[in-house]
Design a protein around this ligand. Structure first.
Ligand SMILES: Cc1cc2nc3c(=O)[nH]c(=O)nc-3n(C[C@H](O)[C@H](O)[C@H](O)COP(=O)(O)O)c2cc1C
Length: 153
């Protein structure tokens, strides 16, 4: 059974809505389970135990949310040399006012350091969260879960 960890931070709820839609996509897939966690509540064992991760962050000041950075700061030393982390599938969802590229670039750079493997194109939702963006996130969740179950990542 695919276990997909959805990590998020959100102040005004936009990123949380996108993240919940990813989780619904995972749960809509046969033999798949979504683990839905705020970045501040995510522990090293959550990352070790999952089959794939979707990292969902707002862009604040051209960067990822501080909470997401704090997660990386807190877990990197313990996880960076762990064999189970090598090529762990991940992808990114960003909620931004009008840009999102800074948050995305920095998350992907850090994920390279962990040696995670990017398995889907990122989603950047700019401005209001639309039904279209929610549908994209739902599909992303399904695709990740199905990919894990099919062993293609
Ligand atoms: C402190 C702060 C800084 C922000 N900086 C940026 C930014 O640099 N680029 C951008 O496109 N949007 C920026 N925004 C807009 C947020 O990315 C956007 O409102 C996002 O949807 C917030 O997500 P949330 O509701 O999950 O917190 C900023 C918002 C806040 C509150």
């Amino acid at each position: 059974m695919a276990k997909v960890l959805i990590i998020y931070h959100s102040q005004s709820g936009n990123t949380e809505r996108l993240a919940r839609s990813v989780a619904q996509g995972v749960m809509n897939t046969e033999d798949a389970r979504a683990v839905f966690k705020r970045a501040f509540d995510t522990k090293t064992h959550d990352i070790k135990d999952c089959d794939a991760m979707v990292i969902c962050s707002p862009e604040y000041f051209g960067y990822m949310a501080g909470a997401v950075k704090e997660l990386f700061d807190r877990t990197y030393e313990e996880l960076k040399d762990d064999a189970v982390m090598y090529k762990k599938p991940y992808c990114v969802v960003i909620s931004a006012g009008n840009d999102g590229s800074g948050a995305l670039t920095h998350i992907e750079r850090i994920c390279k350091g962990y040696r995670f493997k990017k398995v889907q194109h990122p989603i950047i939702c700019k401005g209001q969260v639309t039904e279209e963006a929610l549908a994209q996130c739902f599909e992303l969740g399904r695709t990740i879960a199905e990919g894990v179950n099919a062993g293609i990542f």
